[in-house]
Design a binder for this molecule. Structure first.
Ligand code: HAX
Length: 440
């Protein structure tokens, strides 16, 4: 058994025993109260799932296994002389709860290289789609096509014991993560560079190799950006739509390819991961309408107000849980301040940050007027030459695989059951309310 798998097995067996005992003793204890507006309001805040890899605080933002993003930037291994953390290190941390050593991360980089071979039929499947198919559609189709390789599906068919489900789930997670950069880069080159593909460079780490295969910039800073980007987008606890969808579909014992593919369909919505494309589209449209690349705060305010008056949202702002600027926005802002402080498009993002929160606050209904993860990424990508914004959510998806697939290993190891919450009809609600009123 490989060292990461061995470590995971030890941790998982211990936690499984602990949780069984805890549930036996405290299983009937109340965790939460649910109010009617939560039933109608997208189940906001209802505690109904266990997610080991990260937890979100409305004020502090995300913590991965207890570590904030600034702490991880400090503690996770980097390439020699590098400033940004390696996503391999975050995956290790999410899976087994320990900050890995440099040697452990080097081992994981090598594992993912070793497992990165993409089946030929996946490339053929992608090529069979019209060239202008949205990259997220190509991505989910490609993920589904790799399901032919699923160890979980094969072992389940052969008759595996429940207590062993985690093992082929781990294998699928590792193989799928290893293959995603090649698949994602293939989609990019096919869609925007006439299918002029770039072979992987196996001397590079996972994120840098992805940057290399995209072929938009030879600059080492772009590789650094990708290491940071693929680290900070990886996980945002279990309730967000892409994580929850992966969890829900996985709970039927669909294998990790099918479950993750479903999660990516959720990420492709404009209220979720597609917001990174929508933000830069919004910025380009605004600059076009204002006839300048260096708008003033007043001009921006006027444009934002007209967008709101037209009944549209301001992409990149607001969040279902966060009530402060997203630390993932701040991490990207700090990157831009260090690497590209004079970029005109980045300056526009910073001006929006000065203007938008006040306007949204003034509406009196927006619970979080602050920027989220998607408010900044596009401007930095444009600076490095990745201008095709329809592709941006694929980058997010490659990163999100780390969190949701580590979490899927835990769901299998802890024996999480089929997810099946209760729904009610509006007739039931009216009758229930009438009964409650008559009781009062
Ligand atoms: N612009 C304008 N109005 C906004 C707004 C924004 N950025 N954010 C929230 N609102 C509005 C809502 O549309 C809602 O209006 P109605 O009552 O008229 O329907 C009201 O404010 C209350 O919404 P909320 O409770 O503050 O926010 P929700 O939890 O319902 O929704 C969203 C959270 C992220 C979906 C929302 O803030 C939004 O639409 N933002 C813009 C899209 C975006 O950036 N999405 C990415 C989020 C991060 C992410 O998942 N990335 O992957």
């Amino acid at each position: 058994m490989d060292p990461l798998k061995q470590k995971f097995n030890e941790k998982a067996s211990a936690l499984r025993t602990e949780m069984r005992a805890l549930l036996k003793e405290h299983g009937t204890q109340k965790v939460d109260e649910v109010i009617l507006s939560q039933v109608f309001g997208g189940a906001r805040g209802i505690k109904m799932m266990v997610w080991e890899t990260s937890q979100l605080d409305p004020i502090e933002g995300i913590r991965f296994r207890g570590y904030s993003i600034p702490e991880l930037k400090e503690l996770l291994p980097k390439i020699p002389g590098g400033k940004e953390p390696l996503p391999e290190g975050l995956f290790w941390l999410m899976l087994v709860g320990e900050i890995p050593t440099e040697e452990e991360v080097a081992w994981l980089t090598e594992q993912w290289r070793h497992r990165s071979n993409v089946p030929e039929h996946t490339f053929k499947t992608i090529d069979s789609l019209p060239a202008d198919t949205h990259p997220m559609t190509q991505f989910t189709v490609a993920i589904a096509s790799m399901q032919t390789e699923s160890c979980f599906s094969r072992r389940y068919g052969e008759g595996i014991k429940k207590t062993e489900y985690w093992d082929p789930t781990y294998e699928d997670a590792m193989n799928l993560i290893a293959r995603l950069p090649r698949v994602a880069a293939y989609i990019y080159r096919r869609s925007y560079h006439n299918g002029d593909h770039i072979a992987p460079d196996f001397s590079l780490d996972w994120a840098a190799n992805y940057a290399h295969m995209l072929g938009v910039s030879d600059h080492d800073d772009f590789k650094s950006l990708m290491r940071l980007y693929l680290t900070i987008h990886a996980d945002h606890e279990g309730g967000n739509a892409s994580a929850h969808t992966t969890h829900l579909v996985g709970s039927t014992l669909s294998d990790p390819y099918l479950a993750f593919g479903a999660g990516m369909n959720a990420l492709a919505g404009p209220l979720h991961g597609l917001a990174n494309q929508e933000v830069i589209k919004f910025i380009f449209k605004m600059l076009d309408a204002l006839g300048t690349t260096t708008p003033t705060n007043n001009q921006i305010a006027e444009y934002v107000n007209s967008t709101l008056a037209a009944g549209q949202v301001i992409p990149g702002y607001g969040h279902a849980v966060l009530r402060q600027p997203d630390p993932r926005f701040t991490a990207q802002k700090e990157f831009a301040e260090a690497y590209l402080p004079n970029s005109e498009i980045v300056q526009v993002v910073w001006k929006l940050f000065e203007v938008v929160p006040g306007i949204l606050q003034g509406l009196g209904k927006v619970k979080n007027p602050w920027p989220n993860v998607d408010a900044h990424s596009g401007a930095i990508l444009v600076h490095y030459g990745l201008k095709e914004y329809s592709y941006y959510t694929v980058l997010f998806g490659v990163s999100r695989a780390l969190g949701v697939l580590a979490a899927q290993c835990w769901s299998r190891a802890l024996g999480m059951p089929l997810e099946r919450p209760k729904s009610v009809t509006s007739k039931w609600v009216k009758e229930w309310v009438a009964k409650e009123v008559s009781k009062a």
